[in-house]
Design a protein around this ligand. Sequence first.
Ligand code: ATP
Ligand code: MG
Length: 658
Amino acid sequence: MDFLNPPQRAACLHTQGPLLVLAGAGSGKTRVIVEKIAHLIASGRMPAKRIAAITFTNKSAKEMRERLAKRLKGDAAEGLTICTFHALGLKFLQIEHAAVGLKRGFSIFDADDAAAQIKDLLPGVKPDAVEAAKSLISRAKNAGLSPEEAMAAARSTREQEAAALYARYQARLTTFNAVDFDDLIRLPVQILEGNHEIALAWRERIGYLLVDECQDTNDAQYRLLKVLAGPRGDFTCVGDDDQSIYAWRGANPDNLLQMAQDYPKLEIIKLEQNYRCSNRVLRAANALIANNPHEHLKKLWSDQPDGDRIRIWECRDNEHEAEKVAAEISFLHTGKQAPWSDFCILFRGNHQSRALEKALQLLRVPYHLTGGTAFLERQEVKDALSWLRLVANPDDDTAFLRAVQSPKREVGATSLAKLAEMAQHMGVPMSRAAESMGVLKALPARAANGLSAFTDVVRDLRDQTKLLSAKDLLLRLNERSGLLADLRSQCKDEAGFQRRKANLDELADWFDGGPRGGNVGDLAAQLALLSRNDKDDGGNQVRLMSLHAAKGLEFRYVFIVGCEDGTLPHEISVEEGNLAEERRLMYVGITRAKQALWLSYSRETRRFREKVRLMPSRFLDELPASELQRDGADPVADAERKKERASAGLAAIQAMFD
Ligand code: ATP
Ligand code: MG
């Protein structure tokens, strides 16, 4: 523990009772978690298999595991749980599923599957309304409410309608032996809170809990933490209220305050030294975040050198901006021998990456766009996964419907509708109904033949699960299902086919190392949890990502593009006067930079072929001028624009009275 400062060390040595480490960016919170796990194991206070650490993404879980592997000798870390809240919930349900009436091999519905169900329950409504209904259900689930509790809490007719829809939606999931992402937290909470014995058993199983980025836990996750930790509360939470950027997804930083009430013995340790950023970057970040209302302002300091001034670039438009960024990166890469992976370009919205990608490609700069590959959303990958889901879970009608039509066979929409009707009548899932001779006889001969051929393949694959490893099963599935042959016929040339086949091979690789004879459904479920942000090939490439995805990371050189009013802060937040969260987002972005930082904005953009003038982000005005170096900006024009901004506001008010 030599490489920890005194408060960090105190946080590591505090092993009994609840502890909250509340500290600013780059102060070593994540490092405390890693060192503390190492300490718990090495000192013999807690065996690895009784420790669970919760991270915000699967990617950070992987990183933490790698860091620990280096820290600990041999297989000392064997059995340690490091995962996200969702993955922990999944692990829990895979053991305790019976308590909520789920069967082994249950499916996880992704956002599209969930939306499809709601669409089905609300025939004829617009996609926007489906999304709205989905987010109402999700909000109830994130608040930890069951359908009955949501109904009891409903105040208005609209809320009652939403609660009724929630109940019908949930009934569907139960029929399909499926859960959605939100259920992975809500159901474990329901089981643990309602069943003392199961709760005691899990407290025995998890002797010590650690949570990183806990400012972004939602209410259901906080309840899960509480019920797992029990009244003794042997846990360490680390977080920074100034980096809470997921309110839109239900995160509630007030949980940090709630924690002090729920655990009167809660010890709070603050860390004040930042080890990441140059002093200028840190001073700028401190000045910015001081504009948010605070109960206690954190005083972060750093003994790093001052470093270069923060460059503020005014650009003509976003293409010009992208060219400048790409050129600068290319220049530094050559001039300072900096590896590509030292650079990161951050933006508010994913659409902003297009111009950057073009400019980087032009200069042959290798880059990796986080969240851009959408691997799990590719058609062939989704097809293979729904086959797997069906093999593991015969009740999953959604998977059945997708699998039976991929590849297309002689079973048309009318036959499927008829099959669904008969299945409902018989009270069995569609895949079971399809096995019944009586049902097949009621269908046209071609459909019946197609269906029974399909059923044979599924049954055959189901038998193979006991013999083959998960990877081999998937390879077999690709052949037997006809997916590969179909893919070949869809592609115009061999190269195209190989490209898409590579996706299926990659999927099989993800299953590599899975147990032979294990439950493929469990693996498929785990895979469904991997979000798009989690796939990072980690190579020597420039990183492009959204500010949200950059949480917890650090880079030597950071560029934040699109620092314009309306982009960052986002238009909607400006309209709603909700700037604090946007400012935190900017704070997260700035504090990713270790050595140098560039903030850039465009003077104009095109909207519907019209040129529109843009204003520099108001956050730039909140940074201390002494830390900045403005390039390309014209102070006179700047002042003019500010006047314009003020008079635009006046004009809007005037217009209301005209
Ligand atoms: P964030 O709020 O962005 O998640 P954090 O508080 O989790 O940041 P870390 O990522 O743990 O901070 O640490 C930031 C950097 O400082 C890392 O490179 C880490 O290795 C380094 N660091 C942390 N503590 C120390 C220390 N005591 N001595 C030297 N370096 C340290
Ligand atoms: Mg961290």
